[in-house]
Ligand binder design. Structure first.
Ligand code: FAD
Length: 489
């Protein structure tokens, strides 16, 4: 009698999730499901890419949300701690996986890991498919006529627009056929425990401000397109109006893709949303890509002045001034409002980010890298490319950056962009009884008014940390004395 052949179960395929914690418009997940093989969905918590601070908490929330979404579809997200370069091949061998899918990364550590991983997996005869979705345009796809990466945003953006519309968005898979395994994989693969991600001290409003799921991200997007896109160009610089999209945390964790945002904006009815508003907003999304292009070509964007003449700038090392800035106690209301908004919620309006960055680097003459680190620790949207590029932009040390001599006056900015002081009153409540005119300059309140409202300058609220005129003169002098300054002009 011939032995009957057992039907062999099809080899499973693996999808690795990394900052793309969503079911919709996820090419890696889509391709894995389309393979017709049973799917394993996994996330590797790797010490080399693990982030702490508010962003660590936010990414943990996003993973939990994806896990819930996969559970609803009858599966789960395997979350496993350890070095991805070791854990993934071990997982693949153990489960007999024949294909691995991921969406491409462009940061130096992620890129290097993926290159190694691909080589290792291919040597095990495992097919690897890496797909593009993180950006509207991959960093190397837009180049100057001479074949070089662009160094000026407007030229890059023109070229980007000539590339045509980004590809269509993919729907969430209707069903996912999950691979069943009963093994304790964490134990078998000697995985490391994943440390719990906690919000740092003081981030008391982050949880309430940032609901975390793919549906929440879509709701933020549709609410913005419906209610605020129509006046984006006029209002985007107004922290008191607070009508920007607030999509940055969702884009950061990949609860939303950039092209989902792009197409939602393009689909807005022209009757209500003018081309100017749509274009102004899409250009901001363009800055996101431009930042990633910079990080791709300048892997040390967060640590090295892209203009080397700034290596000679005599930065001040004044821990007490830095601490006052971090805690929102500089005596300049708009700066303090922004820093307190950041500390409490994990987010700060873009105009105010520019003002506080200019104040730290120019009025306090503190190295921009200190600010970059603090933002990275406290931002819910902390992003290695956008944070580093913007800090170098504000400090004047980057490419296509705001020149050093453009020093924002925090009082002028406050009067212009928060005229009635509504934003300041929200975040610096000790100033709330001051009249609109004085809320930008509380040190000018006269004794009678102070008595009347129970306000003691220097005590109820700090006296200004530095004299703006003097600090500005020192900043300009330090810059003028830089060797090879011409390159910075
Ligand atoms: C010093 C400094 C540090 C910053 N650090 C970060 C960061 O770590 N992560 C981050 O996502 N953004 C960062 N930004 C950029 C910007 O402040 C935020 O993207 C924006 O405030 C997010 O709010 P929003 O989603 O309502 O923006 P919207 O005005 O609605 O813009 C839509 C999207 O466009 C992108 N975008 C907007 N402005 C910029 C910009 N200047 N550079 C790059 N992309 C932009 C973001 O993805 C944003 O979500 C920083 C800006 C400065 C000045």
């Amino acid at each position: 009698m011939t032995a009957q052949k057992q039907p062999t179960s099809p080899a499973p395929v693996l999808v690795l999730f990394r900052d793309d914690f969503r079911l919709t418009d996820n090419p890696a997940l889509h391709a894995a499901c389309a393979s017709g093989q049973p799917v394993v969905c996994a996330y590797v918590h790797d010490p080399a890419t693990y982030k702490q601070g508010v962003i660590g908490w936010w990414l943990a929330q996003a993973r939990a949300a994806l896990h819930d979404a996969l559970t609803e579809k009858g599966g789960h997200l395997l979350q496993i701690g350890g070095d991805a370069v070791d854990i993934v091949p071990a997982l693949v061998k153990h489960l007999g996986i024949k294909s691995v899918f991921w969406n491409r990364r462009y940061d130096p550590v992620g890129k290097a890991q993926d290159t190694t991983l691909k080589t290792t997996l291919e040597s095990l005869h495992v097919d690897v498919q890496s797909l593009a979705v993180r950006l509207l345009h991959e960093p190397w796809t837009i180049r100057t006529g001479a074949g070089q990466p662009y160094r000026v945003f407007t030229a890059w953006w023109r070229a980007a627009q000539n590339m045509g519309e980004p590809g269509r968005c993919l729907p969430a898979p209707q069903t996912i056929e999950f691979h069943n395994y009963s093994d304790n994989l964490e134990k078998l693969l000697k995985a490391q425990a994943i440390p719990p991600a906690r919000l740092p001290d003081g981030a008391t409003a982050a949880e309430q401000d940032w609901p975390c799921s793919e549906e929440d991200a879509q709701e933020f997007l549709h609410d913005f397109v419906e209610n605020n896109l129509a006046h984006y160009a006029d209002e985007r610089n107004r922290p008191d109006k607070d009508t920007t999209s607030r999509l940055s945390p969702y884009l950061r964790a990949g609860l939303l893709s950039a092209r989902q945002v792009w197409h939602a904006v393009r689909a807005a009815p022209q009757k209500t949303v003018s081309a100017e508003n749509a274009q102004t907003f899409l250009a901001e999304l363009g800055w996101r890509d431009f930042a990633w292009m910079q990080l791709f070509y300048e892997p040390d964007l967060a640590t090295r002045n892209l203009r080397p003449e700034f290596d000679h700038l005599p930065w001040h090392h004044a821990p007490d001034l830095l601490e006052a800035w971090k805690m929102g106690r500089t005596g300049y209301p708009l700066v303090d409002a922004g820093m307190r908004q950041l500390y409490t919620t994990g987010w700060m309006h873009n105009r105010v980010r520019m003002v506080v960055a200019s104040f730290l680097t120019k009025h306090l003459l503190t190295d921009w890298r200190e600010g970059e680190r603090w933002f990275h620790d406290r931002l819910v949207d902390a992003d290695p490319a956008q944070n580093a590029m913007n800090w170098q932009w504000c400090a004047g040390t980057g490419i296509d950056a705001s020149p050093w001599f453009r020093i924002f006056n925090p009082v002028g900015q406050s009067e212009k962009f928060d005229p009635s002081g509504a934003y300041i009153r929200t975040w610096v409540p000790e100033l709330r009884l001051l009249p609109d005119k004085l809320i930008h300059t509380p040190w000018k309140a006269d004794a009678a008014l102070c008595r009347q409202i129970g306000f003691t300058p220097g005590k109820s609220y700090p006296a200004p940390l530095v004299d703006l005129k003097q600090a500005r003169a020192i900043a300009l002098e330090s810059w003028k004395n830089l060797p090879d300054r011409k390159q910075a002009d």
